[in-house]
Design a protein around this ligand. Structure first.
Ligand SMILES: NC(=O)c1ccc[n+]([C@@H]2O[C@H](COP(=O)([O-])OP(=O)(O)OC[C@H]3O[C@@H](n4cnc5c(N)ncnc54)[C@H](OP(=O)(O)O)[C@@H]3O)[C@@H](O)[C@H]2O)c1
Length: 352
């Protein structure tokens, strides 16, 4: 089968088209024919080893000391079940599904096997394959951080710094789902996007520093690595939490964390990928509470170009790769619906 692989760390050019063995499902696995996948900030990190401060060595330990252990990137996918193992009971050939392969990667290919008990779910019927493939990376991060770690509740005031990225667009919508009052922080060109996703207020970081507004929040979600506890201390209400999604090594170790007496906390680290969270996210998407944001769409074979765009750090929501021959049909349908539902600037610019 075709797959985009990388055999060494480096720039987008290390990602090249290869012919690799098509996987065979084990008895408890589902074989998925992939129709769409994405290039995420996770793929950027695994490919470039550009890690948050202090994490470079850990990155090598995780991804491979001298060269990548898993040559196929890709953390999420949407596709059609092609075959199932003998013990699989909940999926059948022909089912339209999404899967979050997360830290195991392997989705930038024509096929991927996933355990039936893993992070796989039926695709929401109201989404195209391109939209569905964009659903999990940001949401599988934002949901557990907000709900389980920050214990968000209705009425909380939540600030999302970086509200236009994959994690930020999900965080805005998931915080709204839990009844929070949301302020987004974006650059000028993304103000409208964050407002369209439900942020009641949006601060343009090129004009306003949230830390100098005098406003306070119960939860500050930072997806950009620009907010230390010292910077946001006075912007946090008593008992407030800084959720450092792009936390530094020091933040992860708890260095510089607030005193117990302050009642405030810094939350950083890693969240596990749980199948029930993917199903929760699918329910939100099915009822329209969670809309994937698709920025650009490339062909799988053009993944290096997609990586170059993701490397800019300026993508809005997700960058999608279409896989196989039916790309034109799905993309045309998706484009028709998207142009009605979301601001026109979200129509992909890399279609061809
Ligand atoms: N802890 C975890 O388990 C976990 C899981 C997933 C991701 N992450 C990390 O979370 C971070 C975000 O991931 P992502 O996928 O959301 O990234 P992304 O989609 O690449 O984020 C890009 C967005 O960030 C915005 N941005 C950049 N600098 C900004 C700033 N100073 N203020 C406000 N917005 C800014 C950009 O908007 P403008 O162009 O408008 O600036 C752009 O829309 C990454 O570092 C990733 O490694 C951590």
């Amino acid at each position: 089968m075709k797959a985009m692989t990388y055999r060494q760390y480096g720039g987008p050019e290390v990602v090249t088209l290869s012919d690799v063995n098509k996987p065979t499902p084990k008895p408890d696995e589902v074989l998925i024919r992939i129709l769409a996948t994405t290039v995420t900030s996770g793929d950027h990190r695994a490919r470039s080893l550009n890690m948050p401060a202090g994490f470079r060595l850990i990155g090598r330990l995780v991804f491979g000391l001298t060269r990548p252990r898993q040559p196929i990137l890709g953390t999420e996918l949407a596709g059609i079940v092609e075959a199932v193992g003998a013990e699989v009971v909940n999926f059948n050939p022909g089912d339209e599904v999404i899967a979050f392969t997360g830290g195991a990667y392997g989705s930038h290919a024509e096929y991927r096997t996933v355990p039936e008990a893993g992070t796989i779910a039926l695709k929401p019927g109201n989404l195209s394959f391109e939209e569905a493939a964009s659903l999990s990376f940001g949401s599988m991060t934002a949901l557990p951080f907000l709900r389980d770690k920050a214990r968000i509740k209705a009425g909380d005031k939540v600030l999302v710094v970086g509200a236009s990225g994959a994690v930020g667009t999900a965080a805005v919508q998931i915080a709204r789902h839990f009844g929070a009052e949301v302020t987004g922080v974006t650059s000028t060109s993304n103000v409208e996007l964050a407002a369209g996703l439900g942020a009641q207020r949006v601060l343009d970081y090129t004009k306003t520093d949230f830390a100098t507004t005098g406003d306070t929040w119960d939860i500050i979600v930072d997806t950009t690595g620009t907010v230390s506890f010292a910077r946001c201390d006075t912007s946090l209400r008593p008992g407030g939490r800084l959720v450092a999604i792009q936390g530094s090594f020091a933040q992860t170790l708890g260095i510089g964390k607030p005193s117990k007496a302050s009642g405030k906390a810094v939350i950083a680290g890693y969240v596990p990928a749980r199948p029930e969270d993917l199903r929760y996210i699918v329910r939100l998407a099915s009822n329209g509470e969670l809309k994937p944001v698709v920025d650009r769409i490339y062909r799988l074979e053009d993944a290096a170009e997609a990586h170059a765009y993701v490397d800019t750090g300026r993508k809005r929501g997700s960058v999608v790769l279409t896989v196989g021959d039916r790309q034109w049909e799905t993309t045309a349908k998706w484009r028709a619906r998207t142009s009605k539902d979301v601001p026109p600037r979200l129509v992909p610019v890399a279609l061809r």
